[in-house]
Write a protein of this length. Structure first.
Length: 264
């Protein structure tokens, strides 16, 4: 992506600008959504906590000058499993940032099967906490729900990007459905909103073209158990959307990439 690039779009729900050129491989029917192999668990623990997480923190801090605001939100969900919902505007940043929110607990992320289609790094992707999602596949959906429930009961966090598709450096909040909010409603689990905003670099850093990043946390939000499941999904979706929209519009963002909607 280049500075001042213009991207034209038609459909905010379905257009995708990831440009990763990955050929998606079919996920095996016997894919282990929760890998309990003793060697995988042992080496995965040390790889995640003592190697990947420190490097991730350094990477996002110095590459994006990333800052996190309103961290106090996390105090209310300390010691609990919960969901993180965010706007989807980067591949690496969106994959990495949630891993830095907690000191002990591991973060898992609902990821497109593309993440498991790159030969040679499938195991690393799994160790980093990626959980593949497949649309319109009941068998995998059941395994996905079971895996997410297992991780929540472990008091881990699960990150979901309801916009589904990546729009790099997009400064708005795209409309999204309530479909992915089935998980917190089903499991009666709190939700935290994570909003990514982009800002122009200042002072001696102006020569660095890409914007710096500020993340905002909001919540926690809780599903209303007195409502029907469809109504509860819509209710929690609206809370998250309104929180993200408020954050995205309350600050002056830097439009590194310009998005223009074309006529239908």
């Amino acid at each position: 992506m280049r500075k001042n690039e213009i991207i034209y779009y038609k459909d905010e729900l379905n257009d995708d600008f990831a440009r990763n050129k990955i050929k998606t491989a079919k996920l095996p029917d016997d894919f282990a959504y929760v890998n309990k192999n003793i060697f995988f668990v042992f080496f995965g623990f040390f790889f995640y906590h003592f190697f990947a997480r420190p490097l991730i923190f350094i990477f996002i801090k110095f590459n994006y000058l990333a800052r996190l605001k309103n961290r106090k939100v996390l105090r209310a969900v300390r010691g609990k499993g919960y969901f993180i919902y965010g706007n989807h505007t980067s591949d690496l940043l969106d994959a990495f940032r949630p891993n830095t929110l907690g000191l002990i607990r591991k973060n898992y992320i609902a990821a497109n099967p593309d993440a498991f289609s790159i030969k040679g790094i499938k195991t690393i992707v799994a160790m980093l906490g990626a959980i593949p999602t497949i649309d319109n596949d009941f068998r995998h959906h059941a395994k996905l729900l079971s895996a997410i429930e297992y991780r929540i009961k472990q008091k881990s966090t699960v990150t979901i990007y309801p916009e589904r598709h990546i729009w790099p450096y997009y400064t708005g909040i795209r409309p999204f459905t309530c479909a992915s909010f089935h998980f917190p409603v089903k499991l009666d689990t709190p939700v935290v909103a994570l909003t990514t905003t982009y800002h122009k670099r200042r002072y001696l850093l102006k020569w660095m073209k890409k914007p710096r990043v500020v993340h905002y946390l909001d919540g926690p939000f809780y599903p209303d158990s007195s409502l029907s499941i469809p109504a509860a999904k819509q209710q929690i979706r609206n809370k998250v959307y309104e929180a993200m929209l408020k954050r995205a519009t309350a600050v002056e963002q830097y439009e590194y990439i310009k998005y223009v909607k074309t006529a239908e």
